[in-house]
Design a protein around this ligand. Structure first.
Ligand code: GLN
Length: 187
């Protein structure tokens, strides 16, 4: 199994390190050629991670590189995807438009731009160290979306079929359980 990591900008290297710790191969996707090669060479067990970063910049580059439609179609056809922070934003109706969530960007304001928290994540486990960096939260979810975690009454993790998103950064901790859960969707 090899996982594709969208590497246009942001915290993609940390996801690659996380997968390495789990003895899973990954390939960085920087352009359409990388993506086409990934799809051809991995006809089975495909999976995509969209990292944190800056969703406006990521959206511009994803379009410039011709990756917008290929990635959107792959997700709609069922490719498992893990979106963290900006990667969560990327799946909402304003961006790739694959997940039925309403997202508030930079939801914690400047003062609370970055903070840590501990919470349980439904279906995945208890007492996760959660790292938020200028994070979004999910304001509302559609009927097909399962809420997995909340912090102070705001949704910070959710799951809709093949799509798993979190507002925090599991790749910046040593806790591998979110990635392991994602890998279980790929298998
Ligand atoms: N604030 C960023 C955005 O709106 C997300 C921050 C992050 O990914 N750490 O895209």
């Amino acid at each position: 199994m090899t996982i594709a990591i969208l590497a246009l900008q942001g915290a993609f290297a940390e996801h690659a390190q996380m997968l390495e710790a789990l003895h899973v191969d990954s390939v960085l996707i920087r352009n359409l050629e990388d993506w086409d090669n990934y799809i051809q060479q991995n006809p089975q067990h495909q999976g995509l991670i969209i990292p944190g970063g800056e969703s406006t910049a990521m959206t511009r580059i994803i379009r410039d590189e011709g990756l917008y439609e290929p990635i959107r179609q792959a997700i709609l056809k069922g490719m498992p995807v893990l979106g963290t922070c900006a990667g969560l934003i990327m799946l909402d109706p304003q961006h790739l438009n694959t997940m039925d969530i309403t997202v508030r960007r930079n939801a914690y304001g400047r003062q609370l731009g970055s903070f840590n928290h501990v919470a349980d994540i439904k279906s995945i486990g208890k007492d996760f160290p959660l790292t938020f960096i200028r994070a979004p939260y999910i304001e509302a979810v559609g009927p097909g979306v399962e809420v997995l975690a909340e912090v102070d009454g705001h949704i910070v993790a959710a799951h809709q079929g093949n799509q798993l998103v979190c507002a925090f950064h599991p790749e910046l901790t040593s806790d591998t359980r979110v990635h392991e859960f994602f890998l279980s969707l790929v298998k």
